[in-house]
Design a protein around this ligand. Structure first.
Ligand SMILES: [Zn+2]
Length: 403
């Protein structure tokens, strides 16, 4: 077993040495107005334009994440009705988290919606959790332009906290691609709310997906590959924010694939959301534990390069207990998974059951070993885990012990 791995699981063993990832920290409970959530928690992204009532297909759905911007645009008429009850319209009564949809303004930074409108929506809809209207940073813009975006997010935070009717948990969102700036931004947020129950980290999606980052991680300036540079920065940002808010639930928006989720949870993230179950399904892909996404449809016109499911790998699919695959022959499974909705259901099941497994491993203090095993055949994530994440965790904890 690698040294770093022993180190992680030992520190995760309910230790009392102030380690940032002891067992109590990996499992948190939060009482909300109408429900209680437990971490780690996965919120499944819901799309109003092409809805799938995924909660009706799964044995367990931690919660759903909705987009306020999309809700305002698609339910304009319905929202005018004073008796508008979103839960009844959806037929969903479990934990509900609404994100403002600020990420839609990432490219141009121009937001055509006001913080007052979003907070009014939250006051009417009464989700369990509502996020501040934030303007994510754009890695290809100047520092000045990004600082302006942050000032808007901060202003929106003040407006929304003073207009919330407190019938839901309003959560702040922090954005920074510089570890230096985090210190100042944390202080600015703490002036509004000093001990938040939950805090979200935004602007990580470009780093996670390597999209819209320009030449920021140029290999000429740094011999380390851009992927590893990105993950080093992601790790530093999360660990730093984790340390500033040791008792808060940390949420990262747009976690994406399983491999990414594994890494984020190890870094101390408690709550994640994903629409990958739908997006991957739309590209003809399925998710399977221990593998990156696999295509099951030949000749897909997608520009994404994903491997086709091999015969050897199909043994993992053979064991799938999702509502689509369970008790079906391989031939029948593949036929059913030809349909978008069935692939989406399968993918959501894989995500939620993997989270269930992760909760079990946390209980047995074996999360590090479990995740190490899950990525053992994935060259890139194996290296990210061993060379970056474990190292960053270790050096951070040593730093803490010296304080
Ligand atoms: Zn399945």
């Amino acid at each position: 077993m690698p040294k770093a791995l022993c180190y992680f699981d030992a520190r995760n063993n309910g230790g009392n040495d102030g380690g940032i990832l002891n067992n109590n920290n990996l499992h948190k409970k939060l009482n909300l107005h109408s429900t209680t959530i437990e971490t780690p928690i996965l919120w499944l992204g819901h799309d109003f334009k092409n809805p799938i009532d995924i909660w009706t297909y799964l044995p367990k759905c931690d919660g759903i994440l909705l987009n306020a911007y999309q809700l305002l645009k698609t339910q304009k008429v319905a929202l005018k009705n004073k008796n508008f009850v979103l839960r009844e319209i959806l037929g969903y009564y479990g934990p509900m988290f609404i994100d403002s949809g600020g990420f839609l303004f990432q490219r141009n930074g121009l937001c055509d919606i006001k913080a007052e409108e979003i907070v009014e929506l939250y006051n009417n809809v009464k989700p369990d959790i509502g996020a501040i209207l934030d303007i994510p940073i754009n890695y290809v813009k100047t520092n000045v332009a990004n600082y302006r975006r942050w000032k808007t997010t901060l202003k929106n935070t003040e407006i929304m906290f003073s207009n919330s009717d407190n019938s839901y948990l309003l959560v702040q969102v922090i954005h920074s691609h510089s570890t230096k700036a985090i210190h100042y931004r944390v202080n600015q947020l703490k002036k509004i709310l000093s001990n938040p129950k939950m805090i979200c980290i935004g602007s990580l999606v470009p780093l996670l997906k390597a999209s819209h980052i320009g030449s920021k991680f140029n290999i000429k300036q740094n011999p380390e590959s851009p992927t590893y540079q990105r993950w080093r920065l992601i790790s530093k940002i999360i660990i730093l924010i984790r340390n500033y808010f040791p008792k808060s639930i940390i949420h990262v928006f747009g976690a994406g694939s399983l491999s990414t989720i594994y890494m984020l949870l190890l870094l101390g993230v408690d709550s994640i959301d994903s629409v990958s179950w739908r997006i991957k399904a739309a590209f003809g892909e399925i998710q399977l534990p221990g593998l990156t996404s696999r295509r099951i449809i030949k000749g897909n016109k997608s520009s994404r390069v994903r491997k086709l499911l091999t015969k050897q790998e199909s043994s993992i699919l053979d064991r799938c207990k999702c509502p689509v695959c369970d008790k079906k022959s391989m031939e029948k499974k593949l036929k059913l998974l030809f349909e978008f909705k069935n692939r989406a259901i399968h993918n959501a099941f894989v995500l939620t059951s993997e989270l269930e497994e992760i909760r079990k491993q946390i209980k047995y203090h074996k999360l590090g070993k479990f995740i190490s095993d899950r990525v053992k055949n994935h060259k890139t994530f194996k290296k990210i885990l061993n060379d970056i994440i474990f190292n960053e965790l270790e050096s951070n904890s040593l730093w803490r012990l010296k304080q």
